[in-house]
Design a protein around this ligand. Structure first.
Ligand SMILES: NC(=O)C1=CN([C@@H]2O[C@H](COP(=O)(O)OP(=O)(O)OC[C@H]3O[C@@H](n4cnc5c(N)ncnc54)[C@H](OP(=O)(O)O)[C@@H]3O)[C@@H](O)[C@H]2O)C=CC1
Ligand SMILES: CCCCCCCCCCCCCCCC(=O)[C@@H](N)CO
Length: 331
């Protein structure tokens, strides 16, 4: 009897999940012939995103500030195009603009890009930066700068493409957040807040644009070996370094591949590895789920994720405590 009841309950749960995820099912797309804009495509994760998108036959537009770095990536992308023999049909272009400064300038850059390669099909909001410091030591400008680059910059770029995506009833937009955009950790008061802000933006935006066949993805990479990461490490708090290391270091090529894959599938969340899965489950909240497998796994592992998180917090607290002791001693 117990067995039968369990089976019936399981069937009801799976049936309900099937119904609830079916309406979120997204059409799989590929990059060939699509106009893809990658912000911050001249370095790190963005650089590998640009290369991979070009290899997959997309028209690639790269946005960043520094013109020398932009010209370098342009050359690399043109080489890829040459090898593929698609010089006549594949557009590669760059735009130098600071996405954190002015909506008008950012919008104008997007208009120039669309003039050459057609309306934007896929926008990857990757440009971003990080500063690590304890709250009381962090200059107030860091809070303002990180919010402007990591959050407002994404708003400017996304606002530049959503109207045309809506009228064409097609579009994919990805935002690169971070595992530090899922949980707040020591040293990241300014950084985490700027990445958490993206979560509110994308949840609300996804609800608005779903009827227009526009799908949004939020990506949560762990530490990734990039020029930006190396620079961040020069001034990183010891606590932040040790805590972050517990989630490993990824190669930017792998992160780029994962990002492109999740855009193709139209997943709402893009995570990396088992830690990434547990963090997404832990922080699922009211985020949409796009397939039955993910929904099922989430529901089965939610209490476990919470338990692991509490254990983790205990561990993080003891890291902070021992670093604190060291500092007191040396003073
Ligand atoms: N590396 C890591 O450990 C992790 C990174 N992330 C996130 O991934 C994204 C990429 O990081 P990563 O590859 O390490 O970064 P990098 O610092 O290596 O590259 C950043 C890119 O963004 C561009 N950029 C920065 N600020 C602006 C701006 N105001 N306007 C236009 N372009 C800008 C840079 O070009 P230029 O300076 O010429 O403008 C560069 O092309 C960021 O959003 C970061 O927060 C998330 C998790 C982990
Ligand atoms: C139940 C869950 C268990 C999972 C364990 C996860 C541990 C979280 C560690 C946080 C890592 C933060 C990396 C920030 C990377 C980043 O954004 C910067 N490097 C940017 O430059």
């Amino acid at each position: 009897m117990f067995f039968e009841i369990t089976c019936i309950l399981a069937a009801i749960v799976i049936g309900a999940l099937y119904f609830l995820t079916k309406q979120n099912k997204r059409e799989k797309i590929d990059f060939h012939g699509k106009h893809v804009v990658i912000t911050g495509g001249s370095s790190g994760i963005g650089y590998d995103l640009s290369i991979e998108a070009a290899r997959q036959g997309a028209h690639v537009s790269v946005i960043a500030r520094n013109r020398d770095k932009l010209n370098e990536v342009k050359k690399v992308l043109e080489d890829i195009r040459k090898k593929a023999g698609t010089e006549d049909s594949q557009i590669i272009q760059i735009e130098s603009v600071d996405i954190s400064k002015s909506f008008e300038d950012t919008k104008a850059a997007f208009e120039r890009l669309a003039k050459n390669a057609g309306p934007v099909d896929i926008l990857i909001n990757n440009a971003g930066t990080s500063k690590c410091a304890e709250f009381s030591e962090a200059p107030i400008q860091d809070f303002e700068e990180l919010m402007r680059v990591n959050y407002i910059g994404g708003v400017y770029c996304t606002k530049s493409v959503i109207p045309s995506m809506k009228s064409r009833k097609f579009g994919r937009v990805l935002f690169v957040s971070s595992q530090a955009g899922q949980i707040g950790i020591f040293g990241y008061t300014a950084y985490s807040a700027s990445k958490f802000a993206l979560r509110g933006l994308v949840e609300a935006l996804q609800m608005e644009v779903k009827p227009y066949n526009i799908y949004i993805t939020l990506s949560f990479p762990p530490d990734t070996d990039t020029p930006g990461f190396k620079e961040e490490n020069l001034t990183k708090c010891e606590e932040t370094r040790i805590i972050s290391e517990s989630s490993g270091l990824s190669a930017s090529k792998d992160v780029a591949k994962g990002i492109l894959q999740s855009i193709k599938k139209g997943n709402f969340f893009n995570y990396f590895g088992i830690n990434g899965f547990l963090l997404c489950t832990l922080t699922a909240g009211a985020a949409p789920v796009t397939n039955l497998k993910d929904a099922f796994l989430e529901i089965m592992t939610l209490p476990l994720a919470r338990l692991v998180a509490l254990g983790l917090l205990f561990n993080f607290d003891s890291i902070v405590k021992s670093c604190h002791k060291k500092k007191v001693k040396s003073n």
